[in-house]
Ligand binder design. Structure first.
Ligand SMILES: Cc1ncc(COP(=O)(O)O)c(C=O)c1O
Length: 399
């Protein structure tokens, strides 16, 4: 595991004068905070003997029932006994990788892929093979090709990690017909699928397509309350076939004894007492307004200089700069001009994405988004005017 230079830059990027289009922090401004406060107070006053106590390694049974109701919105019919609660879906991915992977094992994932997943795979010393995407997500022919190459080398992948809805960072979703095709390829190759779906319920235009797990109960499905409620509770889950579920409970107990009891009870009470579906609608409206603000700004400021994806949900837009500007090298200059993004290279395990970047529209106001894109456009234009030989490094932090 390595520290990244980007991390140091983000300390600077969090200053208020910088418009950060970098982080993927959920927007909490439409949460019913009074109701959440009342729920928390009630839990402490009336249920402290349970809510402040250790709990089961698999997680609270009542919350697991409620999670099944949430997953039913994406076509999944599963029993609560196959759900394991985790510390965010990040821990679910960590535990799944811990169960399946030894150092040197191959994991397949999309190119680009979620930086937190790449971090997990690196920490277990996996070999990451990234498979190209297009505007419909993971490309089936490219997956078949990657599997063929591995087989020809006498190797097998342990699993395919995929984010089918509102991909982080690519901002695209896999259409239903392609999901079936991908599933067929994986079934033929006897390849396990790990489906990571924190953004599925944040679809703007239509109902989310059925989860891949809805088509095949062998798929391991990862879910989270971070994007549809609040990440601070750190509650996510894995839905897995019974043998994997048993292993997950064992490693969960070894890792944490039990997932955080208080957060689980708070979320359970919130789901029972609030119209959480209406709440998700309110979040969708908020993110849609911000997506549109960013797309408008991109059209005005970056047409002819960049291409970008048009997300139908979630938090992210993926940009490719047409003149091949190196977005990692450009970042210090962008921060100096008070705008931050994530360079594309961060989402690749073994090189790639140098001319790409991720923008997120989830957190800033529409006005700040417009200002941020305007600043970014000026930085890119300045970059295009400079011959590479005369580019000089800019100090990141000024005293
Ligand atoms: C694709 C993806 N998976 C998993 C996570 C982790 O979410 P959490 O651990 O908060 O549930 C994130 C967070 O940004 C994400 O974007």
């Amino acid at each position: 595991m390595t520290t990244s230079q980007i991390r140091a830059l983000f300390a600077v990027a969090s200053r208020p004068e910088v418009v950060s289009l970098a982080g993927g922090m959920p927007n909490l401004s439409v949460l019913p905070l009074d109701a959440v406060a009342a729920t928390v107070q009630h839990l402490v006053k009336e249920h402290s003997a349970v809510a402040l106590q250790y709990g089961s390694g698999q997680g609270d049974p009542q919350l697991r029932e409620r999670i099944c109701e949430v997953m039913a919105l994406e076509g999944i019919a599963a029993p609560a006994q196959d759900v394991v609660i985790t510390v965010g879906s990040q821990q679910a991915l960590d535990l799944v990788t811990r169960i399946f992977c030894d150092p040197g094992d191959v994991v397949l994932c999309e190119a680009p892929s979620y930086v937190g997943a790449l971090g997990v795979f690196a920490s277990y010393e996996c070999e990451v093979v990234q498979v190209p995407m297009d505007e419909g997500g993971l490309v089936p022919a490219a997956l078949a090709e990657a599997l063929g190459r591995l087989a020809a080398a006498g190797r097998r992948a342990k699993f395919l990690y995929t984010i089918p809805n509102h991909h982080n960072p690519a901002g695209v979703s896999i259409p239903q017909s392609r999901r079936a095709e991908l599933l067929d390829i994986c079934t033929a190759a006897d390849l396990l699928i790990v489906e990571d779906n924190p953004y599925g319920l944040l679809s703007f235009d239509a109902e989310p397509p059925p989860a891949i797990r809805a088509m095949d109960p062998k798929v391991i499905y990862l879910g989270s309350f971070s994007k549809t409620f609040a990440p601070g509770f750190r509650v996510g889950w894995a839905l897995a076939p019974p043998d994997v579920r048993d292993a997950l409970v064992l490693v969960q107990e070894a890792a944490t004894l039990c997932p955080p009891t208080f957060g689980q009870h708070a979320i359970s009470a919130y789901l029972a007492g609030q119209d959480w579906r209406a709440q998700i609608d309110a979040l969708r409206d908020l993110y849609l307004e911000r997506r549109d603000a960013m797309l408008d700004a991109l059209r005005q400021e970056l047409s002819g200089i960049a291409t970008w994806t048009v997300p139908d949900g979630g938090f992210y837009i993926w940009l490719r700069l047409l003149a091949g500007v190196d977005t990692t090298a450009m970042l210090p200059r962008a921060i100096e001009q008070r705008v931050a993004y994530v360079p594309g290279a961060a989402f690749f395990a073994g090189g790639g994405g140098a001319d790409c970047l991720r923008l997120s529209y989830c957190y800033p106001t529409p006005e700040r988004i417009q200002e941020g894109v305007r600043r970014l456009a000026r930085v890119i234009e300045a970059e295009l005017d400079l011959a590479p030989a005369v580019r000089t490094p800019v100090a990141l932090v000024r005293s």
